[in-house]
Design a protein around this ligand. Structure first.
Ligand code: BDR
Ligand code: CA
Length: 317
């Protein structure tokens, strides 16, 4: 099993990623879940995360992490509604968040796993950057970080940048320079994962609590396509039902679902209209070793089949 810590900003697609992670425990040894501000404020991402895992019967510790980016003011997304889960109602957890510093938890898990820990990060990279800064030795204790974030080309927050990296570019910069093996599951592939109607219908017809919650989340994501909200640049349509974070989660247990290319990538910090851009040195003009395996293609049929099988039958026995 892969020892894994999830760092997330739950969030609609984070919620589906969590459900799929809980159902993947034949392949994943989930050590803890830390939360971060991003889709919504950290109190809400923490509550959403705890309520989801608790309502699905899991005792995995959930720890509240950073409430703001390292240097920038927090900017929350509009596509997840004010609660972070749209109009989806999850029962209040019967337990509390684990009282501990999230950064210490990341370090403790890394030490306990003796170099084998993998991180799955589906929000801004604030907690991970703090862990790297407070505990520099952690770089040799983490086997791999799989990130939903960035893009080789394009953006969704701005023309140049993806939301998670844009929110806390200084944190992303620390992580991208860390030397830890990184898989970037960015918009180049995640924008291909808009939920097909047939997948929604099959999940809706399933009869188990994991699939029922997933169907409720999908339903809001599909309906929000026609809603508008006020973003950085004024009124816009909300995101379609892209499974950004779910694909990143899938890749941890099923790396064969994507094709990657090694690239040297830096995060733009200073640009006035390129803040948070993940700039890939395509033509090797900087003469640097690649620091990121960037996803460039996804086997969508296999991805939807993976998700449907998991939601219907759970972990393979
Ligand atoms: C990312 O931003 C968030 O809104 C989603 O949960 C995902 O992690 C996509 O850019
Ligand atoms: Ca997210």
């Amino acid at each position: 099993k892969i020892p894994c810590l999830i760092d997330c900003d739950t969030g609609m697609d984070d919620a589906i990623a969590l459900i799929c992670a809980l159902l993947s425990q034949d392949r994943l040894d989930l050590k803890a879940i830390t939360t971060v501000a991003g889709c919504v404020e950290v109190d809400k991402t923490s509550r959403n995360t705890l309520n989801i895992v608790d309502s699905l019967g899991s005792q995995i510790p959930v720890i509240r992490g950073a409430e703001a980016p390292l240097q920038r003011e927090l900017y929350v997304a509009i596509s997840h509604g004010t609660s972070g889960l749209g109009d989806v109602v999850v029962p209040e957890a019967k337990r509390a968040l684990q009282e501990m510093d999230a950064v210490d938890m990341i370090y403790r898990c890394a030490v306990e796993c003796e170099g084998k820990l993998q991180l799955l990060v589906t929000g801004p990279l604030t907690n991970v950057a703090k862990a790297l800064t407070r505990y520099p030795a952690i770089t040799s204790l983490i086997e791999k970080i799989t990130i939903m974030g960035g893009a080789l080309r394009g953006g969704n927050m701005t023309q140049a940048s993806e939301f998670n990296i844009w929110v806390d570019p200084e944190a992303a910069d620390i992580v991208f320079r860390s030397g830890i093996s990184l898989t970037m599951v960015g918009l180049d592939v995640t924008l291909k994962t808009e939920l097909p109607q047939y997948v929604y219908e099959q999940v809706r017809a399933m009869d188990n609590p994991f699939a029922s919650l997933a169907a409720d989340v999908f339903s809001y994501m599909m309906r929000r396509n026609s809603l508008t909200g006020v973003s950085l640049y004024g009124s816009v349509e909300l995101d379609p039902a892209h499974m950004h974070d779910v694909l990143a989660m899938a890749v941890v247990v099923r790396p064969d679902l994507i094709k990657t290319e090694p690239h040297y990538i830096e995060v733009e910090l200073a640009g006035s209209c390129t803040r948070g851009m993940t700039v890939a040195d395509f033509n090797d003009v900087m003469n640097k070793q690649p620091n990121v395996d960037a996803a460039v293609d996804v086997d969508l049929d296999a991805f939807w089949a993976w998700m449907l099988e998991l939601l219907e039958h759970g972990p393979k026995r």
